[in-house]
Design a protein around this ligand. Sequence first.
Ligand code: GLN
Length: 503
Amino acid sequence: MSLLDHSALELLALLQSNQVRAEQVVTESLSRIEQLDPPIGSFLHVNHDGALAAARDVDRRRHLGQPVGALAGLPVALKDLICTIDQPTTCASRMLANFRPPYDATVVARLRAADAILIGKTNLDEFAMGSSTESSALQRTRNPWNRDHVPGGSSGGSAACIASDLVPLALGTDTGGSIRQPAAFCGITGLKPTYGRVSRYGLIAFASSLDQIGPMCRSAADAALLLQATAGHDRHDSTSADVEVPDYLKAIAQPISGLRIGILRQQLDSDVDPEIHRAVTEATYVLKSLGALCQDIDLPHSQYGVATYYVIAPCEASSNLARYDGVHYGFRATQLTAAELTASESADLESEGPLVRMYRRTRETGFGAEVKRRIMLGTYALSAGYYDAYYLKAQRVRRLIRQDFDRAYQQVDALLGPVTPTPAFRFGEKSQDPLSMYLGDLFTVSANLAGLPGLSIPCGITVQGLPIGLHLQGPSFAEPTLLRLAHAFQQATDWHARRPPTS
Ligand code: GLN
């Protein structure tokens, strides 16, 4: 039995009642990372000394009877595109491989204020662009349930470290599904909050109108705990919402009887894997038996979600990533000698000059293939002559997608469906075929386009032994409802308690 078999809330109770010390919890977490993470590869950086020092400080203050924060002594892992002043922040890109931010993200500052222990930084698809963590330029992360399969992405490292019980809590980010999809693939709970619920100050931007930070953990109750500590208005982020933060832990204790759930029948009956269809359908029976009222509901425009997302997200990315020019941040391609230049570069040299050539070489060698693909797609879609046909049109469809949700939420309190059409796929299965990778985002992107919350919880395991995710979505700031439904489901089932085989 490891201390980390306990949920975050259980650990907190043990810490608060002085049955365990923060140093013990952190030592256990560090030694599990050291022993179990090498074959999985969740972490890009482990804050060994910093975490131990912070834990000892919490223990000292608790011993002296001084006040400690709401998460005092709990290890938290951070997706490595959230800025930390004392640890590298790489975005899993060569471009930022040696980058140390000069400041903490607001979520990091809040976690420090809550006395959480920042244990390390987790792997992701480069700049969060991807669904498998295969586009990380730094390392491969494997699915703890089956190492031949991807952990999902882009928050694959955060999902994998939770699934292997290396830490009780992690933060991920979700621009088109990157919290919910890896949560589904790794059999954990992941919540994408409402756009604006959690400050993004210090989150390295991918697509600013879509990005959101959210909790990844083993249960809805733990997600409530982590959301509580990170949510709330921040004057440093103009898109953060000045909306009161409710008591999430109190909310989840409410019964769900009478809550109205819309089943996304079209999604469920589309081309989803039959085992996912079965598990999600069975989950509706569980929720019904707890008193939820179910009816079928349709989001007619969500079928255009992927097309819309893959115009808007690359457009915003092409603009956000323009700052990586070899001057402002991180990596710079070194000057090449004349002998190292390709023939075409030698020809270009005449026309473009050394500065432009440095920009070009920096971006050519600093970014990986997927990031370049997105920059090119976005630059193309935003260029004169194409702007109206692509970007403007996508914005119009985005509004229709939002209107579908608004209409649905006049009739129901939450929507239920699958998170993904398939369980975790194998390495290489989709990485050579971007379109098939993108199509896997079908069920998750609409919530981002509409700015609404979505939650993924485990609801089954395939015959092959891979987890299945259940998607619950809600209207703006309905995190309490989603967490409450998820908690009720987790009280009635044990899917969230299943662990990957240890071998
Ligand atoms: N899979 C989606 C993409 O590749 C979503 C990524 C994300 O949410 N960061 O863009």
